[in-house]
Write a protein that binds this ligand. Structure first.
Ligand SMILES: [Zn+2]
Ligand SMILES: [Zn+2]
Ligand SMILES: [Zn+2]
Ligand SMILES: [Zn+2]
Ligand SMILES: [Zn+2]
Length: 866
């Protein structure tokens, strides 16, 4: 069997480092740089005393241990009580002491003898531009003692940390482990709902890890909130893995302490865990041979390998609990930030419900419990897809089932979606959540409805499940009709249907409006981008609602039913005028604490996600209807019939909008000092990158990229009127206007213009940790790297250039283009370049005194989260 890198259960592995720098997008590359910088900071001394940490800190505790030789029923009960109900990690120890433990099979010797020739990817934890290499299994295994010895001394500058992680688990190992464990824990066993999908649709997520002292896995949560398992099948003497863990229920504290936990870039230090432990219990565990770690759903964890060889098998399971959490929390979050989903969560839910209702008279207690948990979730998912009139909905060919993905957010599409028949190339498919949020291709409307399952059959399944559910549920939980689900607001599909008919196709013939928007005082060109308050008649645009109010456009639209009440009526309008009013005048006194309509958790809310930068969509034809960008100067003016392939991502500011984390309202001092996160998303891609490359040493060519200022008409402060010149339409809802030109990012906020050197802008973005990525596993192409390099050159970012050049040089070597590689290497060493880096570091050091030159030029983020 092949030791190839696979789709992995948790993000970390999905974005397995060596793939990351090769991903096609600019952000991804930045991300890999962050990853490298942060990774190299990770260290725990070999003589670190865990007992002392646990003893000295009240917030720390040991993970509870239980012996694997206990009767299976007892074990299963304990797992249920501790891991499922309490959401607390658990270790089942001494598997290796059981008589049925396949010692010979699960050994290093077996790997050497039977799989020694296999090529395995090796992750170098210290390489700045994280690259994986491959070597044979036997070579790697024989290196381990040396590697471990090198890492025993942290001061050893030449120590190497090579981690064989995310290896495909050999089939025979998978079977051995499965035969050892209780059925409820087995990968793709009866209690892993992934097994309900057809094999071709399943994501493979059982992996093998071989590590030594100094290798590690950064803090993360497992993909789609799945339950984690990690069995240490073999260790050398005095070797172990150190685990830092939290419980399911402390996810809020975790999110607060590590806002970017899902980026899986950050090695949290002991101090950081100690800080977290003030609000959430931190569970420590020294995982030794025969220890099976059970990681509850949505619980954060981080692992450090100690001593010589540690060999672990790790897998994830999708359970009723994890499925619920995935649909309600993980999926909306992934959609908000365009994070690939990998697991096909809704399909798993559908398949599981189907499976549970096959034979009602013979359902086990476990199955009944599962149905009780999952039926309401399934109801919600199905309800969102409800359309009163389905005559326009076409059925997909069955062969495409399980393979439709949203072109915008990259999440899987289970059943209904919209597709554009006018886009060139592959069909442009968009999920209902995205479309309702303003996301689509450049054609914007007139999309066609598609579905993958027979709606009648889905309804029949729902009714079958409902009958069982009602039979086994308390009276007050029983569900009678669809109406109950539908009366509170429109479904997402209904929102899409309406918007699909209303939004101006290709932006032609917008519905004109003459009234000014309450918060931004603009007269928006298109009335579809705004909503009117049913109480006070004020007009609000979606841009303001989403960005400044954290209100999800899809929920605003879903909640309307002809009667939407504005933030001003609720007394929490964050526009400059309302904020300036004395508190007593705020109208919420009238309304009291009226719950805001249309806040179903299912549809996904932006709350909490407005503070993180999202990354770009994968499909370059994407754009967002609600937010528009002024096209850069110098490009030929285009009519609104846009050639999708040339749109690039200049059009999409939504990502940037979400990325704004500063508090809305009048610009504060802090606000003026921050720099747009938007910038990365505004960088041109493809042909535009070349097109936009300005001649060197031209006069400062400040061009508006987008605006969002609430402080009066920001157009008047825009020097030289370039905005109008470059685009026929002023961007919606300017609050502050960002300019971007080579080497300069500027911000106009009505009180004047502030300029920032670009590198500092990027560092600011790094500092705020607002990189998001799609976790694609795209293999690199030279032209992508070259394009990236041009972008860095455009920005005058030498650090970025250097790193990409290194990558490119390596790629050239791989492709046997030695002359090119040599040229690049010479370039890399050029004195001039080094001088530039030193200069930038100096400038930076002035602004951020606690950042040293050294850690800017070699390691931008290591040790410092200033
Ligand atoms: Zn989507
Ligand atoms: Zn289209
Ligand atoms: Zn109102
Ligand atoms: Zn507006
Ligand atoms: Zn207001």
């Amino acid at each position: 069997m092949d030791f190839l890198l696979h789709t992995r259960p948790c993000f970390l592995s999905v974005c397995a480092a060596f793939l990351v720098p090769f991903s096609p997008f600019f952000l991804t590359a930045w991300r890999s740089i962050v990853m490298a910088s942060e990774s190299s900071a990770a260290q725990i001394p070999a003589d670190f005393d865990v007992d002392e940490v646990v003893l000295d800190n009240d917030g720390f505790g040991w993970v509870k241990r239980v012996d694997a030789r206990k009767p299976e029923r007892e074990l299963e009960q304990l797992i249920h009580d501790v891991v499922v109900v309490a959401g607390v990690p658990l270790v089942i120890e001494n598997w290796h002491l059981r008589e049925d433990f396949p010692k010979e099979m699960l050994s290093m010797q077996y790997l050497k003898n039977n799989l020694g020739d296999m090529k395995i990817p090796i992750r170098d934890m210290d390489r700045e531009n994280v690259v994986d290499q491959t070597m044979s299994m036997s070579d790697y295994l024989s290196m381990i003692p040396t590697l471990a010895a090198e890492n025993a001394d942290l001061s050893n500058a030449s120590r190497r940390r090579l981690y064989a992680k995310d290896l495909t688990c050999p089939d025979e190992w998978r079977d051995s482990v499965a035969s050892l464990l209780p059925d409820s824990l087995v990968y793709l066993g009866s209690n892993d709902f992934m097994s309900k999908l057809p094999p071709s649709a399943q994501a493979e997520n059982i992996m093998l890890y071989i590590g030594h002292e100094g290798t590690y896995t950064t803090a993360h949560r497992d993909m789609c909130a799945a339950v984690g398992h990690n069995l240490m099948v073999h260790t050398d003497p005095n070797s172990s893995s150190l685990w830092f863990m939290t419980s399911t229920h402390s996810h809020l504290a975790v999110k607060e302490k590590f806002p970017d936990i899902d980026l899986e870039l950050h090695w949290a230090t002991i101090d950081e865990w100690a800080e977290l432990s003030e609000n959430a219990k931190v569970y420590m565990c020294e995982q030794k041979e025969g220890d099976l770690m059970l990681v509850p759903t949505w619980a954060a964890h981080q692992v450090w390998n100690r001593g010589s060889a540690t060999v672990k098998v790790s897998w994830n399971r999708v359970t009723a609990d994890s499925l619920t959490r995935a649909v309600k929390a993980a999926l909306p979050a992934y959609k908000a930030v365009c994070h690939a989903e990998e697991y096909k969560i809704k399909s798993i839910l559908h398949a599981t419900i189907n499976n549970l209702t096959l034979d009602p008279p013979h359902m086990s207690v476990q199955q009944i419990t599962n149905l009780q948990t999952l039926f309401p979730v399934f109801t919600d998912v199905l309800t969102e897809e409800y359309l009163p009139d389905t005559s326009q909905v076409k059925r997909c060919e069955e062969k495409f089932r399980y393979s439709v993905r949203c072109s915008y957010c990259s999440c899987d599409i289970w059943n209904r979606f919209l597709t554009c028949t006018d886009c060139e190339g592959d069909p442009y498919d968009v999920c209902i959540e995205c479309y309702a949020r303003g996301r689509s291709c450049a054609h914007i409307s007139g999309l066609k409805w598609m579905e993958q399952w027979d709606w009648e059959k889905l309804c029949a399944l729902w009714m079958r499940a409902r009958q069982i559910f009602n039979n086994v549920s308390e009276e007050d939980r029983r569900v009678e009709t669809w109406d109950e689900q539908l009366h509170s607001r429109k479904t997402m599909a209904m929102v899409c249907e309406e918007e699909n008919g209303q939004r101006p196709r290709n932006l032609e013939n917008p519905r004109k409006t003459t009234r000014r928007c309450h918060p931004c005082k603009n007269t928006h060109e298109d009335a579809n981008k705004q909503v009117t308050c049913a109480r006070c008649d004020k007009i609000f645009c979606m841009s303001f609602l989403m960005w400044n109010m954290e209100m999800d456009p899809s929920l605003v639209l879903a909640g309307i039913w002809g009667r939407w009440e504005c933030p001003a009526c609720y007394g929490d309008c964050k526009c400059a005028v309302c904020l300036a009013k004395p508190r007593e005048e705020n109208s919420h006194r009238r309304l009291g604490d009226v719950p805001r309509p249309g806040t179903s958790p299912l549809a996904g809310t932006l709350s909490g996600w407005t503070s993180v930068n999202t990354r770009a969509y994968r499909d370059q034809r994407s754009r967002n209807y609600y937010f528009k960008v002024v096209k850069p100067r110098g490009r030929p003016k285009k009519k609104s019939t846009v050639t999708p392939s040339r749109k690039g991502r200049m059009d999409d500011v939504e990502e940037a909008l979400i990325g704004q984390s500063e508090p809305p309202g009048p610009p504060s001092k802090r606000a003026r000092q921050t720099v747009p996160d938007a910038e990365l998303d505004l960088l041109p891609q493809g042909p535009e990158a070349a097109e936009m490359q300005p001649p060197l040493n031209t006069q400062r060519d400040v061009r508006p990229v987008f605006g969002n200022g609430a402080n009066g008409d920001s157009r008047s402060t825009m020097s030289q009127g370039q905005a109008q010149e470059s685009s026929p339409e002023i961007p919606d809802l300017p609050r502050e206007i960002f300019f971007y030109s080579e080497g300069i990012v500027a911000r106009e906020n009505g009180n004047g213009v502030t300029h920032y050197p670009t590198h500092r802008a990027h560092l600011e973005i790094f500092r705020r940790g607002q990189m998001r990525s799609n976790f694609t596993s795209t293999v690199p192409e030279r032209d992508e790297l070259e394009r990236l390099l041009r972008v860095y050159e455009l920005l005058g970012n030498t650090e970025g250039q250097r790193i990409v050049k290194e990558r490119l040089a390596e790629r050239h070597i791989q492709l046997n283009l030695l002359a090119e590689a040599e040229e690049l290497s010479a370039d890399l060493l050029s004195v001039r370049e080094q001088e530039t880096v030193a200069k930038e570091a100096e400038k930076l050091a002035e602004s951020y005194p606690n950042v040293t030159k050294k850690n800017f030029s070699s390691n931008m983020l290591a040790n410092s989260r200033w």
